[in-house]
Design a protein around this ligand. Sequence first.
Ligand SMILES: Cc1cc2nc3c(=O)[nH]c(=O)nc-3n(C[C@H](O)[C@H](O)[C@H](O)COP(=O)(O)OP(=O)(O)OC[C@H]3O[C@@H](n4cnc5c(N)ncnc54)[C@H](O)[C@@H]3O)c2cc1C
Length: 575
Amino acid sequence: MLEHDVIIVGGGLAGCRAALEIKQTNPKLDVALIAKTHPLRSHSVAAQGGMAATLKNVDPEDNWEAHAFDTVKGSDYLADQDAVEILTREAPDVVIELEHMGVLFSRLPDGRIAQRAFGGHSHRRTCYAADKTGHAILHELVNNLRHNGVRIYEEWYVMQLILEAGQAKGVVMFHILESQLQVARAKAVMFATGGYGRVYNTTSNDFASTGDGLSMSAVAGVPLQDMEFVQFHPTGLYPVGVLISEAVRGEGAYLINSQGERFMVNYAPKQMELAPRDITSRAITRELRAGRGVNLDGSAGGPFVYLDLRHMGKEKIMSRVPFCWEEAHRLVGIDAVNEPMPVRPTVHYSMGGIPVNTDGQVRSSSEGLIEGFFAAGESACVSVHGANRLGSNSLLECIVYGKRTGAAIARYVEKRQLPDVDEQNYLGAAHRKIQALLNQSGNLRINQLRQAFQDNMTQHCGVFRTEESMREGLNQLQQLQQQYQQIYLDDKGSSWNTELIEALELSNLMVVGEIIITAALNRQESRGAHCREDYPNRDDANFLKHTLAFYSPAGIDLQYRPVSITMFEPKERKY
Ligand SMILES: Cc1cc2nc3c(=O)[nH]c(=O)nc-3n(C[C@H](O)[C@H](O)[C@H](O)COP(=O)(O)OP(=O)(O)OC[C@H]3O[C@@H](n4cnc5c(N)ncnc54)[C@H](O)[C@@H]3O)c2cc1C
């Protein structure tokens, strides 16, 4: 059995930042970081637009209180305000720390870190490295892991969280290259496994964003919080769904419908294109429904609207958002200097996740905590984003809470022993699970079932939701889950069997999807990204609370937790 003081699952910004903090706090601790991809291929590397912090380099009158207010308002008042205060107060320091580590942020002419406008933020406070911010930060962090002696297990797929009697003890992991199974135990386990965009058929997320950490936690008995809140980013490139960063609108681009109108004037007259993402995604969807979308031949009634950069000019486009220009050029042959880009909403971010306190320790219920289990980043829900995340607050969350969670783990493991784990029992169960999948003799390809599942989620639990449609979605999902036994694997091999990994991921996607729909059905109000056509208003009297979903194969039990309100009383949200 492998043994480490700390096991971190996930090599994105949250996992790497935590690993670094632990080693810097106590270099003697033996820290392992496990990732199913190479850490540099974590989805964090694709982050484009930037990271919010009130450095005041461009808007001197900005302050952390304004950042906190914007975040809470953006969250439709569901964010925990104690957690938001930490996020926004610590933001300037963590950006400076990254810069001292070597992250190459874009600069103002006087040499200070540049800051741009972003949706829902009242000031220009988003720090960036052109439109490749995640790339710049993740490369520096991964370099530092190696310097600090973190043990990296890359391309190991974690299949199970070992959780017994309220204590996390380790993980079961599978080496993708040679199909080797291992049990690893540790004094503390941290999940930083990222989001679940692949639950839907059109997403900005990478292929590895399959919600494994969420599903493994749920299956082990950990509740998941606020899973009904799924962020649709307004500007996914049509038809592929990859992201065109909000930075493009931050730098001045317009959204235009088939009538040539900047339609955001009808939905958010003050903030226009820089309204928060939930509002802008609904606006685009309403335009499409009203027949004011555009077709590929330019006629009305089509599936996308235009994102128009032309007035920005070539120099600005190429210096501030060169990657977005390149994406549109490479993927759909559009030269954004001269033509508008076709865009529509795409699934982007998970506001919900594994519930944690502000030290990153995982909650077992409204009051309790799980021993030895921590989480941070997109897979966690602390909750700083509530019902709707503001752009550029996620990278910030990964760094602030990755760091805090690392510090908390370093303190925590000092007084802990390595737990007892029955290695053979876990190895045997994992081996049988894999053999069963390899031996299944059904007639369904993984891709067929996954596509049917993703289409079902997209159709029944998308930007707009109703009771009737979600019930239908849940029924269909349960039927699809039964078909899982009928998938057939072509690859029976024991070297680099990615088909097997896809089968394991699909079962995770389905657990996550079931929790999303169930939580969404029960929230009979509209708040942030959760928009119920049958309950169009926010209902603070009944639903100003976090959902906790407890999964079991027999069904999902829902409980609720209060929201921490320390600074700003809920009021109507207008932009
Ligand atoms: C295209 C795009 C652009 C974005 N731009 C911005 C932006 O400009 N600003 C902003 O604030 N936010 C942005 N976001 C959101 C932000 O990038 C993410 O929320 C954040 O980077 C998530 O980091 P993470 O560390 O939580 O997880 P990730 O970076 O997603 O990493 C997850 C890690 O977990 C590992 N993992 C998962 N499952 C397993 C398993 N079963 N076994 C082993 N390892 C596993 C993966 O291999 C990976 O290493 C963007 C997101 C996307 C998709």
